[in-house]
Write a protein that binds this ligand. Sequence first.
Ligand code: NAP
Length: 319
Amino acid sequence: MSGKDIRNVIVIGGGPAGYTAAVYAARALLEPLVIEGVTWGGQLMLTIKVENFPGYPEGVLGPQMMSDLRTQAERAGAEFLTDDVVSVDLSERPFLVSTGERDYRARTLIIATGAYPRELGLDSELALRGKGVSYCTVCDAAFFRNQEVVVVGGGDSAMEDALYLTRFASKVTLVHRRDEFRAEPIMTARAREAEKIELVTSTVIEEVLGVEEGHVTGVRLRDTKTGETSELAATGLFVAIGHEPNTSLFGDRLEHDEIGYLITKPRSTATGVPGVFAAGDVQDPDFRQAVTAAGTGCMAALEAERFLDAEPHEQTAAT
Ligand code: NAP
């Protein structure tokens, strides 16, 4: 392998954490390579309007914000590779990062691979995926004009999805397994006030109906308090029940919690492997906000810079 392939910093992931890390690492003249994934941009590409990122009093469209952040990192001097990483070897240094097509070596690694939507785990859900079962409301809502749909979940995503769907659907039933919502009260209040939305609590989805027909025709519900089951006609089911971290690349090589979220040292993005840092949702089961992801991306870049500074013999620029 040529020396050209040895990078000071490789950032894996193209969301707010990865791009912010890239901005800081590039401005530190570390010439970061961002392997951003084929579907770069992260979860904000799937959100509608971001109203809680500081500095945007009118809100900002998620994809616009990601595109701006990417441009900012590019202008700062980051290099981008729009590809997926298929394997990482942390057992030797510089670390080996492979896209399948090509291998790269990294003196430091910033993992910002984010998280992916959780599934209900029903066979019928799997069978009807893309045939009425969706995990991306912004992507698919417009297909359900004047139709009746179901959203499952009780967090902010579910509320936001239900509200967004009212632009298209004739009726939106939001089904939540408990009788209390996890969502911010303001989001729940908005959903409650929306004429087209009905909130159904203490209820789970037992089955998605329509497997034989080849498209969603409804859902079978079970009231968790009475045990009673019922069927609700719908052409779409939007699953908004949270996320799981993208950490399968690392197996048990990096310490993680029971769900798979990477564990970093207190007040740091450092993992247990020196030179490997984790930022954004991949290490954050609690806050999962664009602003916190960006914050930890910044931390990871600064920590990578310090790490390289402490190893001057390692710090020579890519040759
Ligand atoms: P979340 O807050 O983790 O909520 C997931 C919801 O799905 C919970 O109500 C949970 O029920 C339910 N759930 C989980 N597994 C389930 C299952 N197997 N079957 C049925 N229901 C299940 O996830 P999120 O709503 O995606 O939000 C993630 C983070 O992003 C949060 O911090 C949120 O504030 C933020 N966010 C913010 C905005 C905004 O401000 N505009 C929009 C979207 C997301 P339980 O409550 O019973 O656990």
